[in-house]
Design a protein around this ligand. Structure first.
Ligand code: SF4
Ligand code: SF4
Length: 334
């Protein structure tokens, strides 16, 4: 894809669209169970870390379980955090989703299995056939440790080998996907996220040859300019130039497949958003009458499809630049 030169101002994202971004029938429930994490990565949009204490309460967890049981239209329950394994409610939510025949995705940082009390998780994931989407922002140790902390690459490799031994990446029922995040820019020579299919080949070759690791898919996910990424960009006077770069590479063909269209994102308090990025920016989803909602409202209304239009902001250019970006990687063929 040709990289375009930026304009000098930023167009409001909704002005870039030919029509308001409409919501489709909800299929995916992405639940952010809390901000506690054993790592504190430089690019983290959640600003998660070991000192964060926000997590699901037992009451909010019960409501989420009711929601999962009530709506058969939910096909996927996607659990994120923080390190979701560390936050209250993870296992009860997994089990509610499995009992109702839904696919479960866990967004795992891999290193958590080496913390006290968490070594049983790989077995637990395999037993419940949970799809693991694991962060490995690069296949080179230095780059990973620079973003995520010293020793993270080695632990990630050991975790991947462990998951392979359990059948992940080999048994078709045990899916192991990896996530690539670009390095944070060091100057205004920005680049789009590399081609996903080609990078997946490189990852597969390198991890197989050097560590005998296999996995299913690589998802390339752009750095969305919010959270720690935004602080970093602001500190380096790159925030506005990065947004301008993203806008200048806006690709209208990505809009159809944006992840916010058929998912609800839920925070540890039970508030509803269109995506995890809006959640972190405190931009709640709204009904046609511009009301915000909680899990309890959805249960009371007996309707998951109360949102007609997705709330958008300038950082949506991060999802729509080039081939697009989502929690499932690029949005259109490259
Ligand atoms: S990016 Fe993931 S692993 Fe890193 S601090 Fe944030 S939630 Fe934790
Ligand atoms: S940040 Fe991305 S996923 Fe979220 S509302 Fe904007 S375009 Fe949709």
């Amino acid at each position: 894809m040709t990289i375009k030169q930026p304009n000098s101002t930023i167009t409001p994202f909704n002005k870039k669209l030919t029509a308001p971004l409409s919501k489709e029938s909800i299929r995916v429930l992405q639940i952010n169970v809390g901000k506690r994490c054993n790592l504190a990565c430089k690019h983290c949009h959640v600003e998660a870390g070991p000192k964060r204490t926000e997590e699901l309460s037992p009451e909010n967890c019960e409501e989420l379980i009711t929601l999962i049981y009530k709506f058969s239209q939910i096909k996927i329950v996607d659990l994120t955090g923080g390190a979701p394994e560390m936050n209250y409610g993870f296992k009860p939510l997994v089990e509610a989703a499995i009992n109702t025949g839904k696919q479960v995705i866990v967004r795992s940082n891999l290193t958590i299995y080496f913390e006290d009390g968490f070594a049983n998780f790989p077995d637990y994931f395999a037993r419940h056939k949970i799809r693991i989407v694991a962060s490995l922002p690069c296949y080179l140790a230095d780059n990973v440790d620079k973003i995520r902390g010293n020793g993270v690459f080695d632990k990630s490799i050991k975790a991947l080998q462990w998951l392979n031994q359990l059948g992940y990446g080999k048994n078709p029922e045990l899916i192991l996907d990896l996530v690539y995040n670009p390095q944070l820019p060091i100057n205004d020579k920005f680049t789009l996220t590399p081609q996903q299919a080609r990078l997946e080949e490189d990852y597969k070759l390198f991890l197989q040859e050097n560590f005998a690791i296999v996995f299913n898919n690589l998802f390339t996910i752009a750095n969305i300019p919010i959270g720690r990424t935004k602080f970093y960009l602001e500190r380096n006077k790159l925030y506005t130039p990065y947004l301008q770069f993203l806008e200048s590479n806006f690709n209208p063909d990505t809009v159809e497949s944006l992840m916010c269209r058929d998912q609800l994102s839920i925070d540890y308090l039970g508030n509803i958003y269109d995506c995890d990025f809006n959640q972190m920016m405190a931009l709640p989803a709204k009904t046609a009458s511009r009301k915000t909602m909680t899990v309890r409202d959805l249960i009371t209304n007996g309707n998951l499809d109360l949102i007609k239009i997705v709330e958008t902001a300038a950082y949506c250019y991060g999802c729509t630049a080039g081939s697009g970006s989502s929690c499932g990687g690029t949005l259109i063929p490259e």
